[in-house]
Design a protein. Structure first.
Length: 192
């Protein structure tokens, strides 16, 4: 069975380096692994406990559905003021309170990030690891994909052109695929 990785970018802008990294990941994924980007984060409202009912807002239901259907997540984070952008934190907050399979607890997750600066999202990724530890996700430790001077690593078509970054990204995806492993389908379970 194809293993499905849901890819979320913490940047909503059209020319995002982080979203471009996820596009590159789609082409570097090991065989048997599909990377599915989801661009619905812009529509997810700010977390609001009064809306967190059995019938949450439609974009929240869509987000939770995507997570439930994913074997693993790939999260690309920009760094905003030395931390995770609100868009990504908000999505994690909504997912963390889900009562069903859309929770992040136990979910294999790989993180990466790109910034034009010299620190390349190192601080945002540290903050993201702390948040993901709090929700009980299984975060891949290595390789760290910290893409500093991001604007120098893409060609004019927005393709990831930097060899070292491509190698690290491929390594991260392989490590994530190892975490997911060959999973029994519901069908296999019924056969035993
Ligand atoms: C930034 N940026 C930024 N960069 C960084 O390396 N460290 C930081 O702390 C910050 N802080 C920050 C705050 C805010 C509010 C904004 C809007 C931006 C710059 C940021 O890395 C840059 O905009 C990236 O290009 C964002 O990623 P995308 O959109 O290219 O994916």
């Amino acid at each position: 069975r194809e293993r499905r990785v849901l890819a979320l970018s913490g940047s909503l802008r059209e020319g995002s380096h982080n979203t471009a990294l996820l596009r590159a990941a789609g082409k570097l994924a090991p065989s048997g692994v599909s990377i599915t980007p989801w661009d619905g984060l812009a529509d997810v409202p700010m977390y609001h406990a009064d809306l967190d009912t059995a019938a949450p807002p439609e974009p929240v239901r869509a987000l939770r559905h995507e997570i439930a259907n994913a074997d693993a997540l790939l999260l690309a984070t920009p760094e905003y003021n030395a931390s995770v952008p609100a868009v990504l934190k908000n999505a994690i907050d909504w997912a963390s309170t889900a009562a069903d399979a859309s929770r992040l607890a136990g979910k294999p997750i790989a993180i990466l990030g790109a910034s034009p600066g010299a620190l390349g999202t190192a601080r945002a990724q540290l903050a993201l690891r702390q948040i993901l530890a709090a929700v009980g996700a299984e975060v891949v430790a290595k390789p760290e994909v910290i893409v500093f001077h991001a604007h120098e690593r893409f060609d004019e078509r927005g393709e990831l052109a930097d060899g070292l970054t491509r190698t690290l990204l491929a390594g991260l995806l392989a490590a994530l695929a190892d975490r997911v492993g060959p999973k029994l389908s519901e069908h296999d379970v019924l056969q035993t």
